[in-house]
Ligand binder design. Structure first.
Ligand SMILES: [Zn+2]
Length: 99
């Protein structure tokens, strides 16, 4: 995915606003995780760039890397992502002391 300057600039503000909670599955993200880890917080475009969504802060929200990759560019979030995320991410978040 292309990472624009405004995307990087908004990252701290979006994570703060969302309290580091993934807005797709509602579980906490782990800012201390390695950037390639499933629990690492990334910014999700609420309306995907492919569908005309921009990099303004209102269109960005916190998401686990895992949830964001699952969501891809679907207009609507797969309703089963939170269910799958709970199974996959809960043990990692427990190990990190976040649950
Ligand atoms: Zn998530």
């Amino acid at each position: 995915m292309r990472r624009s300057t405004s995307y990087q600039r908004h990252r701290p503000a979006v994570l703060e606003r969302d309290g580091y909670v993934c807005q797709i599955c509602q579980l906490p993200t782990d800012p201390n995780a390695h950037p390639i880890d499933d629990t690492y917080p990334v910014l999700d475009h609420h309306s995907a760039v492919a569908w005309g969504g921009g990099d303004d802060i209102a269109n960005l929200r916190t998401a686990h890397r895992w949830c964001n990759e699952w969501k891809a560019d679907d207009l609507d979030v797969n309703p089963r992502i939170p269910e799958f995320a709970a199974v996959r991410l809960t043990p990692m978040l427990e190990r990190a002391g976040l649950l």
